[in-house]
Design a binder for this molecule. Structure first.
Ligand code: NAD
Length: 366
């Protein structure tokens, strides 16, 4: 498991988060932590996110939303959540009467993100929603509109923006450490067992690209600091494999950036890979693993001779950083660094990637 110490916590708050805050804080009550309701007690919500609250400075777990009352009561007992703060998917809207809850964190299958985001906003809560934002750009737009109408923040769970090795790679890439950037390459994939909502298109919106290839796409954008102007994609899927009757396995896509930089990404559900390479005219930056939960490795220069083992805030916890950033965005009335619009941009590009693969042609992006 992860090794997060008290020092990490201080580093996180003082480093990554402080770096994103500009101007003076407008704390109503600086001692009050923002209360989170975790919506969906699955692998990510329960297994990864809930254990992170102990490393947070500005966030606390106050409520659970689950379809399984026995599990919810057990988790509530373990984490000191009062039984009165357990909700299910039917009575979820009653969170509006619970002032303990400031933020709902949507950790549900992708097809449920829009509904639970919109109901959360209508109940007067701020929303942190997992990636990918939704199964279509139209849904993303309605989520943004609902949060805007309710006057609530909307952030997407792009945790790599709080991960110190990714931040250092981005700083190096943009500071000219490898000269003029020429191309970005990334392969992201894992071997899926199938047999869950991820391989059902109605629930996932798509295959590997929606789930894991999105990390390559996000990184292409945050590493280069540019928005792609076109995409070209090719899909390769063995449709006789029962895992891939409904969704794609491999999809390779090229992104054309305004500066001439090429982004070249491979997404797959049938091989384990998690890396990226930024190639400049004076050297390269590599990460492998690049976007995992832990254990990131980063090299800069020529090949893998020069490993960066201690980037600024090296021990910062990306999950606590993300939770606390959302909490601080609410407390200080600031737009989160990865708002709904950022999730929407990725989904629009993903839709273009799928279209390109279907129609075998380059798709220009607006
Ligand atoms: P999961 O299948 O483990 O959990 C899904 C949860 O939703 C379960 O508690 C399940 O009971 C509940 N649920 C409610 N209605 C359901 C239905 N009709 N069908 C299936 N489940 C239903 O999935 P997960 O891995 O926890 O993923 C949840 C979200 O988190 C997804 O959006 C996923 O993309 C995201 N995620 C993000 C990361 C990350 O690193 N940021 C990692 C894993 C998952």
């Amino acid at each position: 498991m992860m090794d997060f110490t008290r020092r990490n916590l201080v580093m996180t708050a003082g480093g990554v988060l402080a770096a994103t805050a500009v101007g003076g804080p407008v704390w109503a009550n600086p001692d009050r932590k923002m209360g989170y309701a975790i919506v969906g007690l699955g692998g990510y919500g329960l297994g990864i996110i809930i254990p992170q609250f102990k490393y947070c400075q500005h966030s606390k777990l106050v409520a659970l939303v689950s379809g399984d009352p026995v599990k919810a009561r057990k988790v509530a007992g373990e984490y000191g959540v009062p039984e009165a703060n357990i909700y299910d998917y039917k009575n979820y809207d009653r969170i509006k009467d619970n002032p303990d809850i400031d933020i709902v964190y949507i950790c549900l299958p992708v097809s449920m993100h829009a509904e639970y985001t919109i109901r959360g906003a209508k109940a007067g809560k701020h929303v942190l929603c997992e990636k990918p934002m939704a199964i279509s750009s139209a849904e993303c737009e309605s989520m943004i509109a609902a949060c805007k109408q309710a006057g609530k923040k909307l952030m997407i769970g792009y945790r790599c923006h709080f991960e110190p090795f990714n931040l250092e790679a981005r700083r190096l890439a943009r500071s000219g450490a490898i000269g003029k950037l020429r191309y970005f390459r990334s392969e992201h994939g894992y071997t899926t067992g199938g047999n869950n909502w991820r391989v059902k298109k109605a629930m996932s919106g798509g295959g590997s690209l929606m789930d894991i290839g999105i990390y390559a796409l996000q990184a292409a954008r945050y590493m280069t600091g540019e928005e792609p102007i076109s995409v070209y994609a090719k899909e390769t899927t063995d449709r006789s494999d029962p895992r891939f009757r409904d969704v794609e396995d491999m999809i390779e896509f090229q992104l054309e950036f305004p500066s001439g930089v090429i982004g070249s990404c491979m997404s797959m559900y049938s091989a384990n890979r998690n890396q990226f390479l930024l190639m400049g005219d004076k050297g390269r930056i590599e990460m492998e693993p690049a976007t995992g939960y832990q254990g990131q490795k980063l090299w800069v220069g020529d090949g893998r001779k020069n490993e960066i083992t201690a980037p600024p805030n090296a021990s910062a916890n990306q999950f606590a950083g993300q939770l606390d950033h959302m909490a601080q965005s609410v407390m200080q009335d600031r737009t989160p660094i990865v708002p709904g619009e950022e999730g929407l941009r990725d989904i629009r590009i993903i839709e273009a990637v799928y279209r390109s693969a279907r129609e075998h042609k380059r798709i220009a992006l607006k």
